[in-house]
Design a protein around this ligand. Structure first.
Ligand code: PGA
Length: 218
């Protein structure tokens, strides 16, 4: 069975000092990461700053976005070659981007293709209203809209059922994560489900001690 994937999505949070303090706190607790893979997805500006320290701690890095266009005259975009230098993963299709930046399936397909062209692994997010997974995606995060940042997570049984459906419908998908109000207290109820092979954590990842508890309890 795959390692559990525990992904931190910092969203638009943390300065370089705050990120450094987070890593310092994480290091103090000196966690053994057997059977678990930890991925931290900070804002772009922090990726090169925390890379060396994250490498030493056995933490993998992920980006939160990728340009659908590749290199060239696309002001404000960060392309796949640039991301490849600092990250192994990229979150694509998060509901906050679908909603606030009007990202649709067509655009998301292009982003996924760009990531895969550089062997960057997409963590493709779908909600309770979308089930489309672009070709080539191996890791999907199921994040129901009602559970993101609300403190009311889905039930583990429903997450398990949705994860099963995702895998049934998309034969390339190897690993389904659950995301939405994951805490140290509820994480195990999700990861003990056969089809839920990890979690995507927003708010609960901003404090290193809390995130460590989530990793430990998963
Ligand atoms: P949350 O966010 O853990 O704060 O609910 C999850 C996410 O949006 O990835």
């Amino acid at each position: 069975m795959e390692n559990l994937l525990i992904v931190a999505n910092w969203k638009s949070n943390k300065t370089s000092i705050e990120a450094t303090l987070w890593l310092h706190q994480f290091a103090i607790d000196n966690l053994q990461l057997t059977n678990k893979e930890v991925v931290v997805c900070p804002p772009f500006t922090l990726l090169p700053i925390i890379k060396e320290k994250a490498d030493k701690l056995g933490i993998k890095l992920g980006a939160q976005n990728i340009s659908p266009f590749g290199k060239g005259a696309f002001t404000g975009e960060v392309n796949e070659e640039q991301i490849k230098e600092v990250a192994e993963y990229v979150i694509i299709g998060h509901s906050e981007r679908r909603k606030n930046f009007n990202e649709d399936d067509n655009l998301l397909n292009k982003k996924v293709a760009m990531a895969i062209s550089q062997n960057i692994a997409p963590i493709f997010c779908i909600s309770d209203t979308t089930m489309n997974v672009p070709p080539g995606v191996k890791v999907v995060a199921y994040e129901p809209l009602f559970a993101i940042g609300t403190g009311s997570a889905d039930t583990p049984e429903n997450a398990q059922e949705v994860a099963r459906k995702i895998k049934d419908r998309n034969k390339n998908v190897e690993q389904v994560l659950y995301g939405g109000s994951v805490t140290p207290e509820n994480v195990r109820s999700f990861t003990q489900m056969e089809n839920v092979r990890g979690v995507l954590v927003g708010g609960g990842s901003l404090d290193a001690s809390e995130f460590l508890k989530i990793i430990q309890n998963a």
